[in-house]
Write a protein that binds this ligand. Structure first.
Ligand SMILES: [Zn+2]
Length: 237
């Protein structure tokens, strides 16, 4: 194996490295994980909101209940006065009747409000259980995906590490000047400046390589370029 053949192997490793790195960046599990993470965060927020709301509403219902009890006591008191026959004047009796009427109306209204509040609390309670279940489910999914994703990520990282070790080993065997020349060529040919000749075809552009070029390839250290794409041709091993 001569230096150009080693360089060709180096090029192939570099291509594999680029592909593996790109695959790691675009791993579906990473996109999926980010999406699921956002969903879980939203579910957590919804759960916290429902909890706060329920606490507030329970306090409100409690206040309504106390208020209703007070109105009921006031009504009882007013009725006692009205029917107690304590010799009130007609005007006083009229006033008492008005008060009883008003308090009764208030009582009915407050009872209705309390019923609505209790119903609202029941709904919120159901919503809370739902939010809790959703959050727990998403969290479990997220943890499972994380585990699965880690395995996939680690195997790709391992592959990259192996390729990097192979690259270093090869690089140490290649002459510096030649390596720099290869790097210049690399820029021109988007990472593929060297093309192996397989079945008389340039693997860089898939065009036939003429017999006299094939002959030249057999000479030691000869530089033969593809007439079509300009890549440096490497004889098949
Ligand atoms: Zn070519």
């Amino acid at each position: 194996m001569n230096d150009w053949q080693r360089l060709y192997q180096l090029q192939q490793i570099e291509l594999q490295l680029e592909a593996a790195k790109k695959k790691l960046r675009n791993l579906p599990v990473i996109t999926e994980f980010t999406q699921l993470k956002n969903e879980t965060a939203d579910a957590k927020e919804a759960l916290a909101w429902t909890k706060t709301k329920l606490t507030e509403q329970k306090k409100r219902a409690k206040r309504l209940e106390m208020d209703l009890l007070q109105t009921e006591a006031d009504l009882q008191e007013a009725r006692k006065k009205l029917y107690g026959d304590r010799g009130q004047s007609v005007k006083e009796l009229e006033q008492l009747e008005r008060r009883v009427e008003l308090l009764h109306k208030e009582q009915v209204e407050k009872e209705e409000m309390l019923i609505l509040a209790m119903e609202g609390n029941e709904e919120l309670d159901k919503a809370l259980h739902k939010a809790q279940a959703r959050y727990q489910e998403l969290r479990a999914q997220l943890l499972a995906l994380q585990k699965e994703g880690n395995a996939e990520i680690n195997s790709l990282k391992e592959e990259i590490k192996n390729l990097q070790q192979q690259w270093q080993k090869l690089r140490a065997q290649i002459d510096n000047n030649l390596f720099h020349e290869y790097q210049q060529l690399r820029k021109r040919f988007h990472g593929r400046p060297l093309a192996r000749v397989e079945n008389d075809i340039c693997t860089g552009c898939r065009v036939q390589v003429y017999t006299f070029l094939k002959q030249k390839l057999k000479e030691a250290n000869a530089r033969v370029y593809c007439e079509n794409c300009g890549r440096l041709l490497i004889a098949a091993l």
